[in-house]
Design a protein around this ligand. Structure first.
Ligand code: 3PG
Length: 305
């Protein structure tokens, strides 16, 4: 079988080597399309492949229609909002993700960004510390749990809300469970977002929610830009000069946010999963899942059932 590794944002070199080796040892043929800038390159490359490994690459109706032999897509990562899973299902194409494989990388970046933010973006002025601060984790999935683990090392007081994870699971991890997401914002000095982009969460981080933060509050987003109601957040930041917004996903209104000097920071490109380890773990897991699918029909990680 031909397995296309199509990544607009490429994997680390060692990861790509391991992914290709994994595919080859199962008797399949890896093909690589990296750093493509035109959708047409992807449309050409999918023409004769049976399997596809992607990152945040957009897998649209056009891409699926251009791939008549395609049986399985594995998103090497967690969020699959960039894939038209419904249309894939209609076409009988399995979509899977590799949950947890890049979670530590994203969680570590949360703290890299947070230290930068509380130390006044390293401008030489006195900042503050994370120790003793209340951290609110919005969604206690793989990334949220890694964030909690690291936050303990910083001596933070940790809270979490998750619409789907039972409170006793959160409490068992040594984290206070709250019953409403509003309570996280009301209680915590810093709220870190780890929700996927779904119809329920899109634009859910809005004026009223962020306005609940205590004085000097910080929202940090290493999840998706779509969960932010950008016009409302901009309005809130204009009205509350004590609040900071830190993100790993450049907002559409980046230029507007950038005017908020000292209270806004965005990485130039999404960096959360950009480590050799995360690329290796997620990429090799994707290759193994494809091999297992072709070997015995395993669809354990299917997200479009
Ligand atoms: C994910 O959903 O796994 C992360 O957001 C990482 O995405 P990336 O592979 O596009 O960096």
């Amino acid at each position: 079988m031909k397995v296309l590794i199509a990544t607009e944002k490429p994997f680390a070199e060692n990861a790509l080597k391991a992914i290709k080796a994994e595919i080859e040892q199962a008797g399949h043929q890896p093909v690589v399309l990296e750093e493509y800038t035109e959708q047409q390159s992807l449309l050409n490359a999918v023409k004769d492949v049976e399997a596809l490994i992607v990152r945040s690459d957009k897998i649209t109706v056009e891409v699926l229609d251009a791939a008549p032999k395609l049986k399985i897509i594995v998103r090497a990562g967690a969020g699959y909002d960039s894939i038209d899973t419904v249309y894939a299902k209609q076409k009988g194409v399995i979509v899977e993700n590799t949950p947890g494989q890049n979670a530590n990388a994203v969680a570590e970046l949360v703290f890299g960004l947070l230290v930068y933010a509380v130390r006044s973006f390293y401008n030489g002025k006195s900042g503050s510390e994370l120790g003793g601060k209340k951290l609110g984790i919005l969604a206690f999935g793989n990334v949220g749990r890694n964030v909690a683990r690291i936050a303990k090392g910083f001596g933070m007081d940790i809270y979490a809300y998750d619409a789907f994870c039972p409170a006793d699971v959160i409490e068992a991890a040594g984290v206070h469970a709250v019953t409403r997401q509003e309570d996280l914002f009301r209680l915590c000095d810093i709220v870190t977002l780890h929700i996927p982009a779904t119809p329920e969460t899109r634009q859910s981080i809005d004026y009223d929610l962020v306005n609940l933060l205590p004085k000097g509050g910080i929202v940090i987003n290493t999840a998706r830009k779509e969960v932010i109601n950008e016009p409302e957040l901009l309005k809130l930041l204009a009205n509350r000069e004590d609040i900071k917004y830190i993100t790993d996903i450049k907002p559409d209104a980046d230029a507007e946010f950038a005017k908020l000097e000292g209270r806004y920071f965005s990485t130039p490109k999404k960096m959360g999963a950009q480590t050799a380890e995360a690329n290796f773990n997620a990429g090799v897991a994707a290759a193994k899942q494809i091999n297992a699918f072709f070997a015995d029909g395993c669809t354990k990680f299917q997200v479009n059932k």
